[in-house]
Design a protein around this ligand. Structure first.
Ligand code: AMP
Ligand code: MG
Length: 501
């Protein structure tokens, strides 16, 4: 029997941490809650019946009109480096950890209601989330998971008649975020600075113990627990960022308070998937310096980890922290190169990637071809995943070649690609099948999200639901979904996504 929101098995596990890490807050009601969209796959992680969420009692729980007797909602306190500068004035300003769900398999999953009203950490904010940004987070969390990239999840979005002021008046909504953890790098920064003032390591030790026990029980209470913890975070972050770079995803606001301690994509704001390939792509219209440009993400993650290392320095030896940072770079390079090899259908075993300098060169040549000809990133990789070019002419890829400004560079690339492929031992059809399993047909392009949002703003949620359905199976071409794989229209280039949410 699947559970309902009323019958799930709830815990208040985060409250095992010292009270300095949170404040109790009751959600503030939104008026006239209305169901927008839900994720059956996320519901199934919880063992929850998705349909049951649409009944009035559940909608009341999802919109702050009611609270459950086993919830004990709290706002977390944390610090963070925002655009390079420490901000001690942070914490959950508009989202509450309601409780953790203990699933039948014994896993604890956080239920976090975003848009639930003001908290002691709201600063000037109104504690609300608008429909537009809630839909973007919903679609992207679920799309990332379907692409196979570690991410927080989204259970559902509920709209309301509560007005919220942004650049214009918008409607307030809630997003129910589901994640194994809401602990950020910034939690450790908060513990570090607070302990520093108190002259002890109480909060850092408590936090290290909590994260290890809950998420990495195999290192908990071992002599090297905290060093191993840092090394695991570094490794998982490297794996995540390597996947971002391979799929062409820009997060947009990689502040340390938006970095999950589990290396999961977290806190979706002005993110963007690349259309035409541009390594300097800045998806966040408010990021004037390009600090979080696409090609800076690997270095920024390293910078963020060095902030975390500083925060953990009272409880981990310096050498171990430096080793962890080095490990980040090694894992990132290895995973990025092997991921790009796979996208191209080239098959050096992951272990030999390090020594495959020619392979790395060819990846760079491919990316230069895309950049110089402004080729669409996803379209390019999907086309080469579907055409058997062994022994063929460059015209075999005419749909790409015709889009190139510099035909010579394309023909040169094509011939190099063929010669790289000729070193492959695998059968061409097997190669194409593997490539199709990692180069998506459908991607959450900005304009697709925008079309769905524009309709939703007029009360029509059908396109949000449809897009979510399509993105659940990004690697398989689906009937009647041609418009979702089409190249972006010209107006998509003008779309500007700001931080306002
Ligand atoms: P973000 O840029 O979304 O990661 O948010 C940075 C900080 O601002 C976090 O502490 C948020 O909780 C807080 N915040 C963002 N929007 C609001 C809002 N509308 N009301 C209150 N706090 C907010
Ligand atoms: Mg944030």
């Amino acid at each position: 029997m699947p559970y309902t929101l009323q019958t799930l098995n709830y815990q208040n596990d985060f409250r095992r941490l010292p009270p300095a890490f949170y404040q109790s807050v009751t959600p503030l009601a939104l008026t006239q809650p209305e169901w927008v969209v839900g994720s059956d796959l996320c519901a199934s992680l919880l063992g929850l019946d998705l349909d049951s969420l649409q009944n009035p009692e559940s909608l009341a729980l999802l919109s702050g009109n009611k609270t459950h007797s086993q919830w004990n909602p709290l706002a977390m306190k944390y610090f963070g480096h925002q655009f390079g500068y420490l901000n001690p004035d942070l914490g959950d300003g508009r989202g509450l950890l309601l409780a953790e769900v203990e699933t039948d398999s014994g896993e604890l999953l956080d239920l976090h209601l975003k848009g639930a009203g003001q908290t002691p950490f709201s600063r000037q904010g109104d504690g609300r989330a608008v429909l537009r940004s809630s839909i973007r987070e919903f679609l992207c969390s679920e799309a990332m998971a379907a692409l196979g990239i570690a991410s927080s999840r989204a259970l559902c979005v509920v709209n309301s008649s509560t007005s919220v002021r942004r650049e214009e008046i918008e409607s307030g909504a809630t997003l129910m975020r589901v994640s194994r953890s809401h602990i950020r790098f910034g939690h450790f920064e908060y513990a570090y600075h607070t302990d520093g003032n108190n002259g002890d390591n109480t909060l850092l030790n408590a936090l290290g113990d909590y994260v290890a026990e809950r998420h990495f029980p195999y290192i908990a209470k071992t002599p090297n627990q905290n060093a191993d913890l840092f090394s695991l975070v570094a490794k998982k972050t490297a794996q995540m960022v390597a996947k971002w770079q391979c799929i062409g995803f820009a997060h947009g606001v990689m502040n340390t308070d938006n970095m999950s301690i589990l290396g999961e994509t977290f806190d979706f704001g002005p993110f963007g998937f690349m259309d035409a390939f541009d390594p300097g792509y800045i998806c966040n219209h408010s990021d004037h310096q390009g600090r979080y440009a696409f090609d800076r993400q690997p270095a920024i993650a390293h910078w963020n980890l060095s902030v975390l290392a500083q925060a953990m320095s009272p409880i981990v030896e310096k050498d171990a922290l430096n080793e962890g940072l080095k490990q980040y770079s090694n894992v990132f390079n290895r995973e990025f190169l092997s991921g790009m090899h796979e996208k191209l259908g080239l098959n050096p075993a992951a272990s030999s990637v390090d020594s495959d300098e020619q392979g790395a060169e060819f990846i760079m040549e491919t990316l230069s071809l895309l950049k110089n000809n402004r080729l669409d990133y996803h379209y390019f990789f999907r086309v080469i995943s579907e055409v058997n070019i062994e022994g063929g002419e460059p015209s075999a890829l005419s749909s790409l070649r015709d889009k190139c400004i510099d035909l010579n560079s394309f023909d040169q690339w094509f011939s190099n690609y063929q010669s790289r492929l000729s070193q492959n031992t695998q059968d061409p059809n097997a190669r194409l099948a593997k490539m199709q399993a990692i180069n998506p047909v459908y991607i959450l392009r900005n304009h697709l999200a925008q079309i769905a949002i524009d309709k939703a703003k007029h009360g029509d949620y059908s396109e949000v639901k449809r897009l979510h359905e399509v993105l659940k199976r990004p690697y398989s071409r689906q009937e009647g979904c041609q418009q979702y794989e089409a190249l972006p229209p010209d107006w998509a280039k003008e779309l500007e996504i700001s931080c306002s949410s």
